[in-house]
Design a protein around this ligand. Structure first.
Ligand SMILES: [Zn+2]
Length: 468
């Protein structure tokens, strides 16, 4: 049986400072090696101090993933030499004296399957290596320590996945959950990264590193299953090793034989005392935990009769659910959900567009009310929405400026229908044999009225005119 496990690294991007020093947690956009201090580059005599907010966010993640959070936690030094790690050890967590990481034994449900979370640990991110050209051929490697010491939460799963598709579904659910918790911004480059490990029946575990996107991880896992199966078919043993994903060739290549835990010579970080987590503290965190995505979804379905698929989209994206929560009332909730998940999604599909959008919750509420009271058709509402997102003007101003008010006058509509029937003689002739042609004529009327006619009234009028 194929077994796949994951290690996910999530940067706590919402924090002000790094994990053990006052440097900025948001290292992006700085000159190389300017966001550093003696602590994060490990100069002799410097002492780390734990960022309490980082501890809080890591505990929130653990609770959200239904992990046990122990009564006291400790930090360890993981020793290894690599140029991006100026101290030659990483401050992380490790379970040497029972469970002393921030979380253990959690669970996430994906499509009816339970994925067990083995451990969650709070640790520091290393610096970054920058290669000139490709990493294999370059003569020059640069190092930037701005990222060194930024707070990271590592989530380690049990090898409970059986297919690359399950991996993808899980990662999507996890990313939405982390965003909903307000701990990380998944749109930021490198904010949430994942490595995988794969083993097939009777073979050793192979780790896959250096995967830059979830999409590539799915491909890498798929490649690795196929590679291992073909070795097994030829009775060639599968080595215990770490393999790198080669993005250009879309294959995994052997990187090094796998280190064992003892190779890292873990020992307690003596500069940081054990941290006691009082049950009252954990209770207070539980109270400040935001409503979960699944509970939001259930509430939207039960309270406002929003269809399941719409409720799923709305609840899983924090930007949409925040907009919805701020704009709905009992009468227009369903319509607002509809506007967000059908029209708005197309206008704010990137982080930049979201940041630039001038749409307010009041706009959304007014727009939904205008549709419900037949002041505007759905079609015109979409045009108005686009204008609002771009300009932030009031709905009434946009309706009058763009002349979007609904055409109600039946005689005016009948005039347009007569015109269309005259112009589209071929389609009218076809209608007896192909009744669905009437939709084509509705489309023509909508076009002539710039989308201001009510499509269902138009359809009725056309049918009675044509005697069908
Ligand atoms: Zn620092």
């Amino acid at each position: 049986m194929t077994k796949i496990g994951l290690e996910i690294h999530c940067q706590l991007t919402k924090l002000e400072s790094k994990l053990f020093c006052p440097c900025k947690a948001d290292y992006r956009g700085f000159e190389p090696n300017s966001n550093i201090c003696p602590i994060c580059v490990g100069l002799p005599g410097s002492l780390p101090r734990l960022n309490q907010k980082a501890l809080e966010k890591a505990a929130l993640i653990s609770l959200a993933l239904k992990c046990n959070v122990p009564g006291k936690i400790s930090f360890f030094r993981k020793n290894y030499f690599y140029p991006d790690l100026p101290k030659n050890y990483q401050i992380t967590q490790f379970d040497a004296y029972g469970h002393t990481s921030i979380g253990n034994n959690g669970i996430i449900n994906i499509e009816g399957k339970e994925i067990r979370i083995r451990r969650i640990q709070l640790e520091e991110d290393p610096g970054r290596l920058i290669y000139e050209g490709s990493s294999e051929k370059t003569q020059i490697t640069l190092v930037d320590y701005n990222r060194a010491g930024t707070p990271l939460v590592e989530i380690v799963t049990e090898p409970d996945f059986e297919s690359p598709k399950q991996v993808r579904v899980f990662l999507n659910i996890l990313v939405d959950l982390l965003e909903n918790l307000g701990v990380s911004d998944p749109v930021l480059e490198g904010a949430i990264r994942a490595d995988g490990n794969v083993s097939i029946e009777g073979g050793n575990k192979v780790e896959i590193k250096n995967v830059s996107s979830f999409h590539d991880l799915e491909k890498a896992v798929h490649f690795e299953i196929t590679r291992q199966q073909s070795l097994a078919d030829r009775n060639i043993p599968i080595e215990l090793e770490t393999r790198q994903w080669d993005d250009r060739r879309k294959i995994t290549v052997s990187a090094r034989s796998k280190e064992e835990e003892q190779d890292y010579r873990y020992f307690l970080e003596g500069d940081i005392p054990w941290v006691v987590l009082d049950p009252k503290y954990i209770d207070s965190l539980k109270k400040q935990m935001p409503e979960s995505i699944s509970s939001k979804k259930d509430r939207y379905i039960k309270q406002y009769q929003i269809p399941i698929q719409v409720a799923e989209v709305l609840s899983s994206d924090k930007y949409y659910s925040d907009l919805f929560e701020q704009s709905y009332n009992d009468k227009n909730a369903k319509e607002i959900a509809n506007i967000i998940t059908t029209d708005l999604m197309g206008f704010v599909d990137t982080k930049e567009k979201r940041a630039q959008s001038k749409l307010s919750s009041q706009h959304l509420s007014e727009l939904a009310d205008a549709i419900i009271s037949n002041k505007i058709t759905r079609n015109s509402a979409k045009t108005a929405l686009q204008e609002i997102v771009q300009t932030g003007k009031s709905l009434s101003k946009i309706i009058s400026e763009l002349d979007l008010g609904q055409v109600f006058d039946e005689s005016a509509l009948l005039g347009v229908i007569d015109q269309v029937i005259n112009e589209e003689a071929n389609a009218v002739n076809e209608i007896k044999e192909k009744p669905e042609t009437v939709n084509f004529l509705v489309g023509k009327v909508m076009k002539k009225t710039m989308g201001k006619a009510d499509p269902s009234i138009t359809l009725q009028l056309l049918k009675s005119k044509l005697g069908i």
